[in-house]
Design a protein around this ligand. Structure first.
Ligand SMILES: *Cc1c(COP(=O)(O)O)cnc(C)c1O
Length: 390
């Protein structure tokens, strides 16, 4: 492979395997080495190879950053020690008094970081229903600097219309950030729809093997990138080289994994929707999803995450089904090759007040599946047998 063979016009899978990575200069090693070092030797005073200290310079991290930027169609990628560390670095761009508009069904850890940390440091937040772009715009104030979108949301799979919200925000010079963790760039590329920054918990699908925690920011604007580059080094929430290596290995297979996650999720969602022991299914790929048309317009697929309400929606019904799963592992997180089942009300969303959950249709017994890449017949049989308990 000659590096010049890879460019913006290369196909997604080709970029996933090659972008940002050249055979090692010293040995020709095909896999990017894990540069497990904190510092670099200097020849003489002021004479070095451009590498001084590993918080600032690490080739394994640089390879991952270039790879993620290429996949999202952005110019600049930055890796962090976790998804929340990436979000935190971005918030450090803002100043006391600035205002942020954020979805009201956003990831719990993001909500906690905004409400419990950044509010104390003088940022103001308004949480709104992002399924309504006019409502997002109505929340803008003269101090609004940033809109935080997550689409689809977790666990209700609500969508935000990225193009529409970008148009409204850019008229007022407001930055639009999209947490693209659920869709991944394989299915949805927010920068191509005008968004300014994409954020990832690479812990999930990008790594894909449930063996590291990491985050990323990708953007094309040089000015924003300079600020993030400065903050990544100045505040220092960088990932270690081993984790970067694991994520790089993961992104190589992103396309084949996402195809399989989605193919199985579509089948399971259709089965669940028809199932007499299920009262409701949340999956953007179902024609019955209230925003199915938008899902088709802004993404090329629907992903591998499904939420559903077993039986009457009670905690007892949810608990019975949850405890009966055999192949699906009971665990938080998502996006790995193995299938997981989660009870959001007691696990990922335990901090969300019950009334606000119920008002969104998020009933006590709701369960969320991260559909893995095991054989569909085995996944289907596990879902069927678990549902026999209600
Ligand atoms: C997991 C997750 C995060 C947080 O990322 P960490 O890597 O756990 O810090 C943010 N957004 C979404 C949608 C997530 O699923």
């Amino acid at each position: 492979m000659s590096h010049s063979a890879i460019g913006p016009k290369s196909g997604f899978s080709t970029k996933a395997v090659h972008a940002g990575q050249e055979p090692d200069l010293a040995t020709g090693a095909v896999m990017t080495p894990i540069y497990q070092t904190s510092t670099y030797a200097q020849e003489a005073l002021g004479n070095h190879k451009g590498f001084e200290y590993a918080r600032t310079h690490n080739l394994t991290r640089f390879a991952l950053e270039r790879n993620l930027a290429a996949l999202e169609g952005g110019k600049h990628g930055f890796s962090f020690g976790s998804g929340l560390a990436a979000t935190n670095a971005l918030m450090q761009v803002l100043s006391s008094g600035d205002h942020v508009v954020c979805g009201n069904n956003t990831y719990g850890g993001t909500y906690r970081l905004f409400e419990k940390v950044w509010k104390r440091h003088g940022l103001a937040f308004t949480f709104v229903d992002c399924t309504d772009p006019a409502g997002v715009e109505a929340a803008f104030t003269p101090r609004t600097r940033l809109v935080w979108l997550e689409t689809p949301t977790n666990p209700l799979m609500q969508l935000a219309d990225i193009r529409d919200i970008v148009e409204r925000a850019h008229k007022k010079n407001i930055i639009v950030v999209v947490d693209n963790t659920f869709m991944t760039p394989y299915f949805q590329r927010p920068l191509e729809m005008g968004a300014d920054i994409v954020m990832h918990s690479v812990t999930k699908y990008l790594n894909g093997h449930s063996d590291m925690v990491g985050g990323a920011l990708v953007m094309s604007d040089d000015g924003l990138a300079e600020q993030i580059r400065f903050l990544q080094n100045a505040a220092g929430a960088v990932p270690g080289p081993m984790d970067c290596f694991l994520c790089l290995r993961g992104t190589k297979t992103l396309a084949v994994r996402m195809k399989q996650h989605e193919a199985s999720a579509r089948e399971l969602a259709a089965i669940l929707e028809k199932h007499p022991r299920v009262s409701r299914v949340f999956y953007p790929g179902l024609a019955s999803h209230p925003q199915h048309e938008l899902a088709c317009r802004q993404a090329s697929g629907f992903g591998g995450m499904i939420s559903f309400i077993p039986g009457d929606g009670s905690l007892a019904a949810g608990e019975k089904v949850f405890n009966r799963f055999k192949l699906f592992t009971r665990a938080e997180s998502l996006g790995g090759v193995e299938s997981l089942v989660c009870h959001p009300a007691s696990m990922t969303h335990a901090s969300v007040p019950r009334e606000s959950r119920l008002s969104m249709g998020f009933e006590d017994g709701l369960l969320r599946l991260s559909v893995g890449i095991e054989d569909l017949d085995d996944l289907r049989a596990d879902v069927e047998q678990a549902l026999q308990s209600v």
